[in-house]
Ligand binder design. Structure first.
Ligand SMILES: [Zn+2]
Length: 263
């Protein structure tokens, strides 16, 4: 692995394994017409599923071939990437399937990328959403974006700890190595999340506004100013070639992982 230049920029892809790509459905609620912003019922019934009204999901999980193509592009550009994985897939009924069991073929590409020195895996939560009372499910007449955040301060402290502990367990058992970076879904976190993170062995927090949470003993905070963050959705919608735009602007020394940038 080459030396990491000071101030190096990390590349980070979020939402691999996150069922929010299936359940997080909301539509445009304002339309710009002749310079005016007009209300639009984009969340009513099927409207929120129709492009260009549709704003987020549903979209498909990256397949093994797409992840392999991603690794090839990284290798060619001399770039490394942090993949922020949501460790549990939330099924329609609210049960959880671990990422490696839900996507056996695709998930196997991840450790291959680590072996090749191209990937770091980060913890992007256990569910990416609020599980209680089926709040994550799409609704008939409104969007559900707010439910697709996992670590709200109003959630009890054991929820923060249990979700982080379970996600660490799934990812570390699967990879056979330590996961050290937390990427809180949707940049939402609380003091409860940070205490739990340190407890389960996480030591880096990467999100927008991260440094405002520090200092906290045992944790390093990496702001999004040092990170180019995107979503698996960008690759699904734009094709893996979408990445070429970012890679063409590779900084001197190349893109690094979040863990390297935080070192
Ligand atoms: Zn996310």
């Amino acid at each position: 692995m080459s030396a990491v230049p000071p101030g190096a920029i990390a590349l980070r892809m979020d939402d691999v394994g996150a069922a929010s790509k299936r359940h997080e459905v909301y539509g445009l609620t304002r339309l710009r017409v002749a310079g005016l912003s007009l209300p639009f019922p984009g969340n009513v019934l099927f409207l929120k599923y129709l492009p260009p009204i549709k704003r987020w999901g549903p979209y498909h999980e990256l397949a093994a071939a797409e992840l392999e193509a991603l690794l090839e592009r990284l290798a060619r550009a001399g770039a490394r990437l942090t993949v922020a994985i949501t460790a549990g897939w939330v099924e329609d009924g609210g049960s959880i399937t671990p990422y490696p069991a839900k996507f056996p073929a695709a998930s196997c590409i991840v450790p291959q990328g680590m072996d090749r020195g191209l990937l770091e895996v980060a913890n992007h939560g256990y569910t990416h959403c609020v599980l209680a009372n089926d709040r994550f499910l799409p609704r008939l007449f409104s969007g559900n974006r707010a439910e697709h955040r996992e670590f709200y301060d109003w959630l009890p402290e054991p929820v923060h700890r249990e979700h982080l502990r379970r996600a660490q367990g799934i990812l570390q058992d699967f990879l056979g190595s330590a996961v050290e970076t937390l990427v809180p879904p949707g940049n939402v976190l609380s003091r409860k999340t940070l205490a739990a993170a340190a407890e389960v062995g996480l030591r880096i927090v990467s999100c927008r506004g991260a440094s405002a949470w520090g200092p906290v003993h045992g944790l390093t905070f990496l702001d999004d100013a040092r990170v180019i963050a995107f979503h698996d959705r960008d690759l699904v919608l734009g094709g893996v070639a979408w990445l070429d735009g970012l890679l063409a602007a590779t900084p001197p020394g190349g893109y690094v992982t979040v863990r390297e940038a935080a070192a």
